[in-house]
Design a protein around this ligand. Structure first.
Ligand code: ACO
Length: 324
């Protein structure tokens, strides 16, 4: 049996840089409040690019760094909470835009854990026979579902996409293991409203609300527990110690959440990669965007072990143990 290696990464962010001061012109907030409670200084908001456009641009960069032909892709998975249509899936839109006509394409919905879930799914497909290369993208236009009147949430999110090319390989390294979990009974903590049943046979006065809402404190408590738990779980199950891990790449939601995980795991903050100050929370895109930045900066060398760890709506969570 071969290994599943990441051979290329890419990213694309919303075009408009929106500072905390800019947000303070929309809702009653301040740079001081947002910075001290979250660590976020600015975020990128999409002006012209929809989810599949951001995903395609991130994918093009990943394909280039992987030095593969687009026709080599056997599989495309897009993780998103903000698809631009129910059907076609964002992955099918990306397939068409790329001209990746040999790929099977579909989306995964696992909110901010979507990239972790999608890597796990892709590695189950990659058998070295029918499926040799996969494109996995996390892409979001959260500005579309954010309630811009709700200061407790609209300050947190941004738009962007991150992509990775996975390859079945006989070479050592790659995805060592993935741990994922869900708890649907806590779904109400973070939701984007719902679509009610509406047809000629049902009368409903409730038109539904499709804006994002969040029980911030509850999600915070969940996050500070689930990050250390997921990291420990994936290490224990593979008899690998934290000392062997060069970097932990967490979902970029809140600096204080990462700080708490750092204390609980007894891992210094400089071994966590953080870019939420520039982009805010980009949900499924946050981990692959971070990974691409690290790759571009040359922070990860062949043989280095890293952990990607995410949590989010669903509730969902998960961690990937990876050898570069
Ligand atoms: N500006 C100014 N004041 C604000 C703002 C704002 N933007 N938002 C809330 N406040 C006020 C509140 O009204 C409240 O005022 P009050 O005390 O007079 O009632 C006060 O600030 C404190 O509000 P809290 O909600 O208690 O603030 P908290 O310290 O919990 O921080 C936050 C809120 C940042 C949302 C925090 O709970 C958090 O980070 N939660 C986790 C969120 C998260 O990680 N979400 C994403 C995970 S999943 C995914 O990525 C989709």
């Amino acid at each position: 049996m071969g290994n599943i290696r990441i051979i290329g990464t890419g990213r694309c962010l919303g075009e408009k840089v929106v500072s905390n001061d800019d947000i303070a012109t929309i809702v009653d907030t301040s740079d001081q409040w947002i910075t001290s409670r979250t660590g976020i200084k600015e975020r990128r908001i999409s002006i012209s690019k929809n989810t599949s456009d951001l995903a395609t641009d991130a994918a093009i960069k990943a394909i280039k760094t992987a030095e593969i032909d687009v026709l080599d892709l056997d599989l495309i998975i897009v993780a998103t909470t903000t698809p631009e249509s129910f059907t076609p899936s964002t992955a099918c839109l990306v397939q068409a835009k790329l001209g990746a006509e040999n790929a099977v394409a579909f989306d995964i919905s696992a909110a901010c854990s979507g990239f972790i879930y999608s890597i796990n799914c892709a590695r189950k497909f990659l058998d070295g026979i029918r499926f040799k290369k996969a494109l996995v993208v996390g892409a979001e236009v959260l500005s579309r579902i954010v309630d811009w009147k709700d200061r407790s949430t609209c300050v947190l999110f941004g738009d962007g996409a991150g992509a990775a090319i996975l390859e079945y390989s006989e070479e050592a390294g790659g995805v060592i293991d993935v741990y994922i979990g869900s708890n649907g009974s806590k779904g109400k903590c973070l939701n984007t409203g719902r679509f009610n049943i509406e047809n000629p046979f049902v009368k409903s006065d409730d038109v539904g609300n499709h804006k994002l809402s969040m029980a911030g404190k509850e999600v915070f408590k969940f996050a500070v527990n689930i990050i250390p738990y997921s990291v420990s779980k994936v290490l224990e199950e593979n008899s690998i110690s934290l000392d062997e891990i060069k970097y932990i790449v967490p979902h970029q939601a809140n600096y204080r959440i990462v700080e708490s995980a750092s204390k609980r795991l007894k891992v210094p903050m400089d071994r966590f990669y953080i870019n939420l100050n520039k982009y805010g929370n980009t949900s499924a895109a946050s981990i692959p965007i971070a990974l691409d930045e690290m790759n571009e900066k040359g922070m990860i060398n062949k043989g280095d072990k890293i952990i990607l760890v995410g949590f989010g709506g669903g509730l969902t969570w998960g961690a990937i143990l990876l050898q570069w």
